[in-house]
Design a protein around this ligand. Structure first.
Ligand code: FAD
Ligand code: NA7
Length: 544
């Protein structure tokens, strides 16, 4: 379908269309509309703001970035207004925060909810984007900002019989409100970050909980604890330093990253350092705050693993259950943390199914069948089976750049992006958290990317450019740089969503920049100072 055929007018409806009302889209709207005075329209298929935190309303949903850095930094007054009382912030409070942001900056007047964007085509003749929605409307804009989310397209594994299930069936990434659990037999498939949070919260609420685990996980306590008013006041006083720390760090969190190697200290000291991190809490803190080589040195990695394995053995009373829960592979997925996950397996109403030994073979009207022929009878099945990460939402939309090339074709050998924000052949289109952006606490990454996008858009507007895009060479250079940085990372040796390995048939590709938040900030500053080397800036064709 040629979306442009219907639209003879060369004047776009909007200067910019933003898709997505999560952290990224809200900030992009604020930046382009309020700071640059552009006419901006935002669409989201959800009925409210929040993105991740609108959709993931499952019990136990919590950010495991510390509260004081899981927010925007761009507005000092907003930082001072935000009150909190726990070291980590849960889903209802993040959603309330993002609603507050939307109200505070009067963003809703530029947002159309319940509106999915089904297609976006770049019209080369007129240098504008033509956007179609599931409401049957068509809009045009000079710039398109895709703030579609990197953990947003839900993944249902291909298990036969899912539709036949007669009980309640949910996915954590599309979770309804007000589900009741009392007395019910609940089965949860998946033990990633989400599964750990969900299972821990559900265990005391359900009649019986069956955890279907395929890969055992290394997890440490999150350490969520009350924060006093005095501590909050201190944080607010020190926000300038806190953000400077975040924006010059590797991972973008509040903790201090370690500068010492695992084997630079005695075994006793090492144990004490792990123990301190265990007591403090935080998955990223355990992986990056204890020693600086856990993610890159297999021997160092094994030391960190051994400590967690001992903790599992100490915690879980039944030795056979403990054995099934204990991982033996590398500790090189997104580092996990929990609020008492291993402890739930000491409860009499919780059982564990080892799906490595006995994979799930089918879903029947009354439960889940495993390869040993057992029917696990259930009233409710919850899929905590993750997402088609990073490029998922770009493939479900009919997104086309120059020469009508679809994004699906463009990324058929794996998704690529220049600094996570642009890809060649898609002019005037800017991604937030697109491929090859930072692997970090994400609000700071989002802010850096939106600031960069804002700068490019301002330049295009100032210089009256018809089109701005990254060249294929510049993009390839950045991707090669990302590949280089990931060499030696143990993350590349383990199957997880970080490399797209969780989706059958998806090409296994690196889609993150492992250089760190601080380095990324410097790269962005260099790009701006040097006037966007490697970018193609097209002037409008002069008319007589
Ligand atoms: P999202 O919040 O995903 O928003 C994208 C929006 O785009 C959605 O509202 C979606 O409806 C909309 N959209 C997509 N496609 C279309 C379309 N075609 N038409 C219309 N609308 C569309 N990050 C951290 O840094 N720390 C954490 O502790 C952390 N915990 C997480 C826990 C969970 C359970 C999940 C799922 C993610 C977590 N994340 C965490 C990542 C989190 O996604 C980001 O921190 C952040 O919320 C992403 O914001 P976003 O605006 O980029 O994307
Ligand atoms: P993840 O981390 O992708 O976890 C998905 C889980 O689902 C994981 O344990 C998978 O096992 C499991 N899974 C997937 N398919 C199956 C089948 N067929 N049978 C059994 N188990 C299965 O998603 P999350 O939502 O937990 O977390 C994603 C990110 O969102 C997270 O890092 C946070 O940043 C928020 P596997 O490990 O593949 O063996």
């Amino acid at each position: 379908m040629n979306l442009s055929a219907k639209l003879p007018n060369a004047t776009p409806d909007f200067d910019a269309i933003v898709i997505g009302a999560g952290f990224a889209g809200l900030y992009a709207l604020r930046k382009l509309r309020d700071e640059q005075g552009l006419n901006v329209q935002l669409f989201d298929k959800a009925s409210g703001v929040g993105g991740t935190w609108y959709w993931n309303r499952y019990p136990g949903a919590l950010s495991d970035s510390e509260t004081q850095v899981y927010c925007y930094s761009f507005d000092k007054d907003l930082l001072q207004e935000r009150d909190f009382d726990s070291s980590y912030v849960n889903q209802p409070n993040i959603l309330a925060y993002l609603n507050h942001v939307a109200d505070r900056f009067d963003l809703r007047r530029s947002i159309q909810f319940n509106t999915g964007v089904t297609a976006s085509h770049f019209d080369e003749a007129r240098n504008l984007w033509v956007v179609n929605t599931d409401q049957g409307t068509t809009h045009t804009a000079r710039f398109l900002v895709t703030a579609l989310g990197l953990l947003s397209t839900i993944n249902y594994p291909n298990i036969p019989g899912r539709e036949s299930f007669k009980g309640e069936l949910y996915h954590t990434g599309r979770y309804p409100q007000d589900v009741s659990y009392a007395g019910k037999r609940v089965g949860v498939i998946g033990t990633g970050s989400t599964g750990l949070q969900l299972n821990t919260a559900l265990a005391p609420q359900v009649g019986h909980l069956t955890v279907f685990q395929r890969s055992p996980q290394y997890s440490v306590p999150v350490g969520n604890r009350p924060v006093s008013k005095e501590r909050v006041a201190e944080i607010k006083k020190n926000y300038d330093q806190i953000w400077e720390h975040v924006f010059s760090s590797m991972t973008g969190f509040a903790f201090t990253e370690s500068k010492i190697g695992t084997f630079s200290v005695s075994p006793e000291e090492r144990e004490a350092i792990y123990e301190r991190a265990w007591q403090q809490g935080g998955g990223f803190n355990y992986m990056f705050g204890t020693f600086n080589d856990i993610a890159v040195d297999a021997d160092a990695n094994e030391e960190a693993c051994k400590f967690i394995r001992r903790k599992i053995a100490e915690t879980v009373k039944d030795p056979e259950t403990a054995r099934k829960l204990t991982p033996t592979d590398l500790y090189a997925r997104r580092p996990l943390c929990d609020s008492g996950y291993y402890e739930i397996f000491n409860r009499s109403n919780v059982s564990l199914v080892d799906c490595k030994a006995t994979p799930i073979t089918e879903i029947r009207p009354n439960g889940i069948v495993t390869a040993d022929g057992t029917l696990h009878e259930l009233d409710m099945i919850i899929f905590a089976t993750g997402f088609d990460a990073v490029d998922g939402n770009y493939k479900v939309m009919d997104l086309r750049g120059r020469n009508g090339e679809t994004m699906k074709d463009h990324w058929q050998d794996g998704a690529t992006g220049f600094m996570g924000t642009m890809t060649a052949g898609f002019p005037n289109m800017f991604m937030v958290l697109g491929p090859h952006g930072p692997f970090s606490n994400l609000p700071p990454a989002i802010e850096m990317q939106v600031d960069m996008i804002g700068d490019i858009v301002a330049k295009a507007t100032r210089d009256n450019l018809a089109a701005v895009e990254v060249s294929a060479e510049a993009e390839a250079g950045w991707v090669a740089h990302c590949d280089e940085l990931s060499t030696g990372s143990l993350f590349s040796q383990v199957e997880s969503w970080i490399f797209g390995a969780n989706i059958p048939g998806k090409k296994r590709t690196l889609v993150f920049y492992f250089g760190g938040v601080g380095q990324y900030r410097q790269e962005a500053a260099k790009l701006i100072t040097n006037g966007y080397p490697g970018f193609v800036m097209t002037k409008p064709v002069a008319t007589a």
